[in-house]
Each structure stands twice: as structure tokens, then as C-alpha cells.
Design a protein around this ligand. Structure first.
Ligand code: GAF
Length: 415
């Protein structure tokens, strides 16, 4: 059997050296600075952000690095080490939503969104290098938009990047870029994780509309080594299947259900249900008010998943790792059976991890391919990843790859 690939994170020194050299080769000058933003894994609370719900991500040590210099005109040039001969160009002047094709839409869209929001940003030259795998459900897009947002904040002295509350402006620019320039629907979890996480903590993100920055985030200690555990992150490398349309469809169904239930969003419904002495019966009462079976399943996922976030936080804080693992399992099963966003590779990877002794395992991110996470005993990640890789080989799936993971820092200036 083939040995499973491990994707190691670059250090800040390595990342900075790579992007600086690429910048100098491409533009013939030194960059004004180097910044980095991480990918993320969401521990629990999936497909809840756009329902005003709760999520619990950590930042990965895997980051996207950007070397950037501001310009005095409105031109943009971007290059990445995926293909350094392909320098993409754009003009911010007169640019409209959807006006850029391909990967350049993500960084160019951030500058465009900041300008649309009234901030004094001109053009820029930038070079990128990343170790966040693409299309893996680990937020490579947010790593790119958030690193760009922080770099523009630094280069144009906007002053938002220095505080957690200020970063909300940069998060919004990153979200706008992804939604309106790149045409990739996102609910805010990924960008908030990339910009607001702190080392050794998961962040409890509350997407209820109208909250202040302080109310919307709480840092929760997350150091698995204290419990003799570690987090296995495994990118299944399953080909994505129609993910954009499916994601939008899930969102639309949730919005329609909230309206039918007379609520602004499903979070309102979840809060009512979870406040009852018997939430399961209260949930049944809510579901009976909906005619459509598919809609009932989607709503059941969202409401139970929002409840699982605080249950997980509580179990973890009490050191009850088996309950924490059970909640991982319940989350995955709900995403598989009710929300229907898993694919065979995700389900098999989760099954093998559980069979091999994981306390719990689940898909993470949007689904339809991407990655799983598993709570495993310390020192077991590689063995379990290998078991999953062997099973994938037997089934003729793509070879998966594992990422050493811990709760790392959010976007920061490197040089
Ligand atoms: C994707 C989206 F971009 C996030 O906003 C979130 O909805 C996630 O899927 C599912 O939890 O990563």
C-alpha cells in the first residue's frame, strides 16, 4: 500500500522567503511587506453561519503568504507560485461585481470591496504562496482574501487590522470579494476564523444578526495535548460535485423554512427549541409545521447542530472527551443523513477513523468533498490516516493526505 502524504505547514520564515523571492523575480523590486492568513478547520457548527447560528473553528498552522506593495495608480498585478509566468492584471477603476475571472477575482475583489465601502485603497502588486490545499474544505479562499485584506490594511494604513473589532471591516471585504467578485457563496465562518482565532483556542462564533464584535466571538481553550489527544485532519481529495449550486440550494431552503416558521432565521427557532425542557419534542413540534420532507430534514440538521456547539464546548471544558467525540459523530451523521452534503469518501474516511479508535470523527467545512477531522489519541494520527489511505486505495478513490494540525494564530504581518 502507498504511504499516505503529509502536508506540513510552512514556517513564517519559509513563507516570507518564498513570496519575497517570487515578488522580486516578478516585479524587480522589494515588497513593502509580507503578511499571512491561515486556513481553518471548523470543529463543530456546520452550515449554521448563514442561519445566524454558532460555529467553533480553529485556525490551522497552514497559511497563505502574500508579499505586497501599494501603487499610486489603480492597476493591480498578482502572481502565485502555482504558475509564476502567469501574472494577472486588473484595473480597479470602473470595476464592477463579477468583473474579474479566475483566481485573481479573490485578491482584486478585496481591494474593490474596500473601495466600495469607502476606504482609501489604490492598486497594488502582490505575490502569493500557500500550503493550504485547494478545494479541500480548509478555506484556501479565505486564506487568500484575508491575507490580501490585512496586507492592504497595512500597506494603506487603514488601521483596522490592529484590533479584533477593527478586523470585522476586513472580514466583510473578504466576504464581499468572495460572494460578489468571485461568485462563491460563503456565510462568514471561514473569514472570521482566519482573522479572529488565537493560538491554543477555538473561537465560538455567534452569527446572530446585530451583535457587537465582542458579543459575536468568545475564545475557548483548545489544547488537546492536555487530554492525551490530537486532531487528525485528512483531506479526502474527493472531486467536488456541483458544490456551488448545492450550497446555494441549502441556503435557500433554510431561508424559506425560517419564513414559513415566522422567524427571521433558523437561529431564532433553534433558541426557542433549545430553551425547552425537552428540546427533542419541541423540535418535532416545529417540524410538524413544515410540509416538505426535505425541508424538515434540513431544518432538523441546523437546529440540532446549533445545539451541539455549546454542548461540545461544555463537554470539552469539563474534560468529557467521550461526549465531545460523540458530538463529532452526531454532527457528521446529521450532515450525511439530514443535510445530505457528504460524499462516499467523507463517509468512508469517518467510518475508518471511528473503527480505528477515534473518539469521534466528522466532515468539516461545506462538504461535497473536502476534509474530515477526528479526535484521536496522541501519536495515532498517522496510523489512522494510513488506514484511511489503504481503504481508499482498495476502493479506487484518490489518495488522501493528512495535515498535522493544532489551534494556531490568525492573520498577521510577518515582515
Ligand atoms: C463553507 C462556507 F464558506 C462557510 O461560510 C460555511 O457555511 C461552511 O461552508 C459550512 O459550515 O465553508
Amino acid at each position: 500500500m502507498t504511504q499516505v502524504d503529509i502536508v506540513n505547514a510552512m514556517s513564517d520564515a519559509e513563507g516570507a522567503a518564498k513570496v519575497t523571492a517570487l515578488f522580486e523575480r516578478t516585479y524587480g523590486t522589494k515588497p513593502a511587506g509580507v503578511w499571512a492568513a491561515p486556513g481553518r478547520v471548523n470543529l463543530i457548527g456546520e452550515h449554521t453561519d448563514y442561519n445566524g447560528g454558532l460555529c467553533l473553528p480553529i485556525a490551522l498552522p497552514h497559511r497563505t503568504y502574500i508579499a505586497l506593495s501599494p501603487r499610486t495608480d489603480t492597476q493591480v498585478r498578482v502572481v502565485s507560485d502555482i504558475n509564476e509566468n502567469d501574472v494577472q492584471t486588473a484595473d480597479l477603476n470602473g470595476l464592477e461585481a463579477g468583473g474579474i475571472d479566475g483566481w485573481a477575482a479573490y485578491p482584486v475583489g478585496v481591494a474593490w470591496a474596500l473601495r466600495e465601502a469607502g476606504h482609501d485603497v489604490q492598486g497594488f502588486d502582490a505575490a502569493f504562496s500557500t500550503c493550504v490545499p485547494f478545494g479541500s474544505g480548509l478555506s484556501s479562499s479565505a486564506a487568500m482574501t484575508c491575507s490580501t485584506a490585512l496586507a492592504l490594511d497595512g500597506a494603506y494604513d487603514l488601521g483596522f487590522g490592529a484590533t479584533d473589532a477593527g478586523r470585522i471591516t476586513l472580514i466583510n471585504a473578504a466576504i464581499t470579494s468572495e460572494n460578489d467578485m468571485a461568485g462563491a457563496s460563503t456565510g462568514g465562518l471561514d473569514q472570521s476564523a482566519s482573522m479572529r482565532c488565537t493560538p491554543d483556542h477555538a473561537i465560538r462564533l455567534d452569527f446572530r444578526p446585530g451583535l457587537t464584535a465582542e458579543e459575536s466571538a468568545q475564545q475557548e481553550a483548545f489544547d488537546l495535548s492536555n487530554h492525551g489527544l490530537e486532531l487528525l485532519v485528512l483531506d479526502t481529495r474527493a472531486p467536488h460535485q456541483l458544490n456551488d449550486g448545492q450550497y446555494a440550494q441549502r441556503r435557500a431552503t433554510c431561508e424559506e423554512a425560517a419564513e414559513l416558521l415566522g422567524a427571521d432565521n433558523l437561529r431564532e427557532v433553534a433558541d426557542l427549541v433549545n430553551a425547552q425542557a425537552d428540546p427533542a419534542t419541541a423540535l418535532e413540534g416545529v417540524l410538524e409545521r413544515l410540509d416538505d420532507d426535505t425541508m424538515r430534514k434540513r431544518v432538523r440538521h441546523v437546529i440540532t447542530e446549533i445545539g451541539r456547539v455549546d454542548d461540545f464546548i461544555e463537554a470539552f471544558a469539563e474534560g468529557d472527551m467521550q461526549t465531545a467525540g460523540d458530538l463529532f459523530n452526531a454532527s457528521h451523521d446529521s450532515l450525511r443523513d439530514d443535510y445530505e452534503v457528504t460524499v462516499p469518501e467523507l463517509d468512508i474516511a469517518v467510518d475508518v477513523a471511528r473503527d480505528e479508535g477515534a473518539l469521534g470523527a466528522r466532515m468539516t467545512g461545506g462538504g461535497f468533498g473536502g476534509s474530515i477531522i477526528a479526535l484521536v489519541n496522541q501519536g495515532e494520527s498517522q496510523r489512522i490516516a494510513q488506514c484511511i489511505a489503504d481503504e481508499f486505495e482498495r476502493r479506487g478513490f484518490n489518495a488522501p493526505r493528512a495535515l498535522p494540525a493544532y489551534a494556531a494564530q490568525s492573520a498577521h504581518r510577518v515582515q
